[in-house]
Design a protein around this ligand. Structure first.
Ligand code: TEU
Length: 564
């Protein structure tokens, strides 16, 4: 009997995320642009991916690299014009690629016309587009801000003697979703892009949009952790349903919400099809695995454990086994490079661990999201001086520590592993100056290892490169519907070296074995029985052990077998 799998393009597609600032500069100003992406469309198509997610390309003063939008219907001048955008979209359509844009509507830029108006007077028609706290009510109740040196989300504005709320930087005031006019503005701008032919949105901190506008003190149950509190606003799901009804339901589009603070028990509230809210969302359980408790950007003292890594993925897979759908990612523009973080970027283990991690994402249920450069195994840049960083997050946390007389050296050591800029260095295209990214000095320093084989051109020529393995593995996913929709079952749950699981659908069964170890390991699979294991793909040589259920794995080896 055929299992019912409810096929959808956004479940079968593979996403390639582009940070436009860092992809390809064509104007010679050291900043990537839309023409640069257009130039590289054939390369992107050659990877076998289906969907491009673009980080924000709208007009912005770039306090937070485009996450502070001053005009939702225009293109950032550094990136090009609307004509360039239309050309990009047409070029993508021609090649059968879909485009997902970033929707940043928890906040706008303080340079957006709405905020410029809002701050003018208390009776301005746009006053209620943002959260204001009149000073005569006293100091507003504590709210935390990500990028504020004092971590204070309330900024006093003299002009109207009131404070405005900004959960991110002072230049990112939070929009007031409680105002129906704001919601209508958002739906209108979404329509604007859908009418152009855009295929979906990744929704920035969408879990934060609803606020209790009485601004009570943080309830004790949250134990000082503000991210889960921010993500649990009273009207969140009303707004998502309204958005779906008003706009999303009219188009065949994909939605993926960024949902920091949303725990697994709340997952289906967002993506259960019957609720008609979102298709998928990003959870952050994995991103917290190697971080200090409650500290998104500080490394934990203890190394992370593979058993915990497995548990996170097994638990999340189970939630979406019958309803909803998951998303899979190992890095993005906010988190360090996957091979440096979950693999091993030493010369000896770089190739195997980069390809092993690709095998993982491409053999799990849930839509895989790759981040530009992941296909060639780009690594963390590990800046040592504060002057090398460009990210407001690192720079402002540095200032906080300086102000409080904290340990600057410890902070810089932490940022080497944890900073967002690790993931934002220019794409490594070839061995020419600045890795072929730009003829001018890049906005963020290039990782020097582009000269040592970590670049697309060199890997293009090499049949056994990370890049060419990626292409092969993408094809393996496409050729095996089981790897997309099949049931997932963990084997070897307590093994700290090897992650093993099976995927099965309609009588077909595959075994995936992934070594996370720097040593050779042998595993015996006793949980399931099979007579034969036929190799589908591996990133290293296979050494037969003479026993059907015993496997020897080289350091960071990945292998997928079909079981009979
Ligand atoms: O990130 C939101 C955010 O909270 C992350 O910084 C955080 O690391 C993660 O959610 C784990 O808790 C989004 C964007 O991705 C980021 O680049 C922006 O700076 C931010 O929103 C503000 O728009």
């Amino acid at each position: 009997m055929k299992e019912d799998i409810n096929r959808k393009w956004w479940k079968e597609g593979i996403v390639y995320q582009i940070y436009p600032r860092s992809f390809q500069d064509t104007t010679g100003n050291g900043v990537g642009d839309l023409q640069g992406i257009i130039q590289r469309l054939d390369y992107i198509k050659s990877l076998g991916v289906d969907i491009i997610w673009l980080n924000p390309v709208y007009e912005s003063p770039n306090d937070d690299n485009g996450y502070d939008i001053s005009d939702y219907r225009n293109i950032m001048s550094e990136f090009g014009t609307m004509t360039d955008f239309d050309e990009l979209l047409a070029g993508m359509k021609q090649r059968g690629l879909k485009l997902v844009m970033d929707l940043v509507v928890n906040h706008s830029s303080d340079e957006h016309r709405w905020f410029q108006e809002s701050r003018k007077s208390r009776d301005n028609p746009y006053r209620d587009y943002y959260h204001w706290w009149p000073a005569e009510k006293g100091t507003p109740p504590k709210r935390w801000s990500f990028f504020d040196v004092e971590s204070n989300a309330w900024k006093y504005d003299e002009q109207t003697d009131a404070y405005y709320l900004h959960c991110f930087s002072v230049k990112q005031p939070d929009l007031k979703w409680e105002n129906p006019k704001v919601r209508q503005e958002v739906y209108d701008l979404m329509e604007f892009w859908f009418e152009k032919g855009v295929d979906g949105f990744r929704m920035d901190v969408i879990s934060f949009i609803s606020k209790d506008t009485n601004f009570p003190e943080l309830p004790e149950s949250y134990n000082g952790e503000f991210i889960p509190f921010y993500s649990n606003g009273p009207k969140l799901h009303d707004y998502l349903r309204e958005m779906n009804r008003s706009v999303l339901s009219k188009y065949n589009v994909m939605t993926v919400g960024e949902a920091p603070g949303v725990s697994i028990d709340r997952a289906l509230e967002f993506v259960d099809e019957d609720r008609e809210e979102l298709n998928m969302f990003f959870h952050f359980d994995l991103m917290e695995l190697d971080r200090a408790q409650g500290e998104t950007f500080t490394m934990a003292k203890e190394p992370w454990k593979l058993t915990e890594f497995k548990k996170i993925h097994s638990n999340w897979d189970a939630v979406f086994a019958k309803k909803g759908w998951g998303s899979m990612f190992l890095n993005n523009h906010d988190f360090p490079r996957s091979v440096s973080r979950w693999g091993n970027d030493s010369r000896t283990h770089w190739y195997n661990s980069a390809t092993m991690l690709q095998t993982f994402l491409l053999s799990m249920r849930g839509t895989p999201f790759f981040y530009y450069g992941e296909e060639i195994g780009m690594t963390n840049v590990k800046f040592t001086k504060i002057s090398e960083y460009q990210d407001i997050n690192t720079i402002n946390r540095y200032k906080t520590i300086q102000q409080n007389g904290g340990d600057i050296d410890a902070f810089l050591a932490n940022e080497k592993d944890a900073s967002r800029d690790n993931a934002r260095t220019p794409m490594q295209w070839d061995t020419s100056e600045n890795s072929g990214f730009s003829k001018a000095k890049p906005w963020l320093r290039v990782n020097e290892n582009y000269k040592e084989g970590i670049n697309a051109a060199t890997q293009e020529e090499d049949k056994s490169s990370v890049l060419n393995y990626f292409r092969k593995m993408v094809q393996v996913r496409k050729d095996h519907l089981t790897l997309i929709y099949g049931n997932y079952e963990l084997v070897l749950p307590s093994n700290e070296q090897v992650y093993g699981y099976t995927r099965s659908l309609d009588q077909k069964k595959y075994l995936v074995l992934l070594s996370f170890s720097t040593k050779k390991t042998t595993v015996k699979i006793d949980e399931i029985s099979f007579e034969k294991a036929e190799l589908i793909i591996s990133n290293d040589d296979i050494y037969p052990t003479g026993e059907v259920n015993r496997f020897e794995l080289m350091p960071y080896q990945a292998a997928i077998y079909k079981l009979f």
